[in-house]
Design a binder for this molecule. Structure first.
Ligand SMILES: NC(=O)c1ccc[n+]([C@@H]2O[C@H](COP(=O)([O-])OP(=O)(O)OC[C@H]3O[C@@H](n4cnc5c(N)ncnc54)[C@H](O)[C@@H]3O)[C@@H](O)[C@H]2O)c1
Length: 392
């Protein structure tokens, strides 16, 4: 096993509501997949029957490394096609059936190996199987390492007749016992997916002062080139800094009760209400690209729109909004879109965001460098200024 001084580690301490202490470590480093089972056994005590849910897009050697990484009973491996359409109750049932066929019991453990989709499904399956068994998350995308794997949210989408699938509509908060971010896995991640994770890191720079990491924006700018080249030390540092920040938010406000600065966990929704509209309205494309807009790209644009909306309200100065646009550009993320419908339609879609309150447009907006606040019913002119800034 790698010596602990060769890896980074962040402890996450979610609210203690009785029973087992829910604190867990998130470890970050190179070549950690081979240690997952031994570390899991160490945490849970003794060798456990193990079920690995793996994204079938990953190189088969990754799953094999996890499975062969401990003596004792062979692990069962179940691979799935990780898509939003497949992140469904039907798929959940298939996973649960496979877990039952593998004779998992309450002393067994589930390991997720893949991006946010895989973690959400595996974590939810672990949450409901025999009323809850332990699980370990091994995220393999930058987005899942810095965001999805921290906070314990698990779940699937729900389709209802006659409406678009409701994202993450059925789920549970079920914290893993360990998160293992092996930065080696990021080598195969397509560029666009890698940048999607950077959009969440940019978002974290915008709440960094509120959450005790005022140096994060400068660190990110100074190290961006090494990060973009996927150099291991820079990636390890980037991921651990971002996990620490998200952990601080989640620990303060596990159940989204607006505890903490900028609306507590709600602050993590910065840029996402705009993004929700950009990614769900048809025909919206990144300027210069023909492929449909992706989530991380929509988030980057949403951050810019939120900053420009704030500038129109006088909550931040224009240079701060300019700096954000330049950081987004340096990350290789888009700063404009084409095909965006008229403002009224976009605003109507923003009000359908699941985080919106009925009849209220609720936005998280920057209110100074590294700080945000909740703004209900922002004047339409300011929202329009945000949208104008990203129209290509
Ligand atoms: N639970 C949470 O708190 C939380 C937070 C944010 C997002 N999410 C969820 O996470 C999902 C998005 O996560 P994601 O962006 O990690 O998506 P993902 O799991 O879909 O992965 C993105 C794509 O990359 C591929 N992939 C994954 N790892 C790879 C690797 N190492 N090499 C090559 N290809 C790889 C996948 O097959 C997929 O095509 C969404 O469903 C979202 O709802 C959950």
């Amino acid at each position: 096993m790698a010596a602990d001084d060769a890896i980074r580690s962040v402890t996450i301490r979610p609210g203690f509501s009785g029973g087992r202490d829910p604190s867990y470590r998130s470890i970050i480093g190179e070549g950690l997949l081979g240690e997952v089972r031994a570390r899991t056994n160490e945490i849970l005590g003794g060798r456990r029957r193990t079920f690995v849910l793996v994204d079938d897009a990953l190189d088969a050697s990754m799953g094999a490394t996890v499975c062969s990484s401990s003596e004792g009973e062979p692990a069962s491996i179940f691979s799935w096609r990780a898509t939003e359409a497949n992140k469904s109750p039907e798929q959940l049932v298939r996973v649960l059936q496979a877990m039952a066929s593998a004779r998992l019991d309450r002393s067994s453990v589930v390991i997720a190996l893949g991006g946010g989709l895989t973690g959400d499904v595996a974590g939810f399956a672990a949450a409901v199987y025999q009323r809850g068994i332990p699980w370990v998350n091994c995220p393999t995308t930058l987005l899942s390492m810095v965001d999805a794997a921290i906070g314990g949210k698990t779940g699937v989408n729900l389709e209802t007749p006659g409406s678009a699938p409701l994202k993450n509509f059925v789920g549970a908060i079920h914290h893993p016992v360990l998160v293992v971010s092996d930065v080696t896995t990021l080598r195969s991640l397509p560029d666009r997916q890698f940048r999607a994770g950077l959009a969440e890191c940019v978002k974290h720079t915008m709440i960094a002062v509120d959450w005790g990491a005022p140096e994060l924006p400068d660190w990110m700018r100074a190290n961006l080139s090494a990060v973009l080249q996927r150099e291991t030390p820079a990636l390890t540092e980037l991921i651990s800094r971002n996990i620490s920040l998200k952990a601080a938010v989640v620990e303060a406000d596990e159940h989204e009760q607006e505890l903490g600065p900028g609306g507590g966990r709600m602050a993590l929704n910065l840029g996402h209400t705009f993004a929700h509209a950009f990614e769900t309205l048809s025909g919206v494309m990144v300027s210069g690209l023909s492929a449909p807009i992706q989530h991380g790209e929509a988030v980057a644009l949403g951050l810019i729109a939120a900053a420009r909306c704030s500038a129109a309200l006088g909550l931040v100065d224009t240079p701060a909004a300019d700096d954000l646009t330049s950081l987004v550009t340096l990350c290789g993320l888009p700063v404009s879109v084409k095909g965006l419908p008229p403002d009224d339609q976009v605003i109507a879609r923003m009000m359908q965001d699941k985080k919106a309150r009925t009849g209220i447009l609720r936005l998280i907006l920057p209110c100074g460098r590294g700080r945000v606040q909740v703004v209900d019913n922002a004047p339409p002119a300011a929202v329009r200024a945000g949208l104008a800034a990203i129209r290509g």
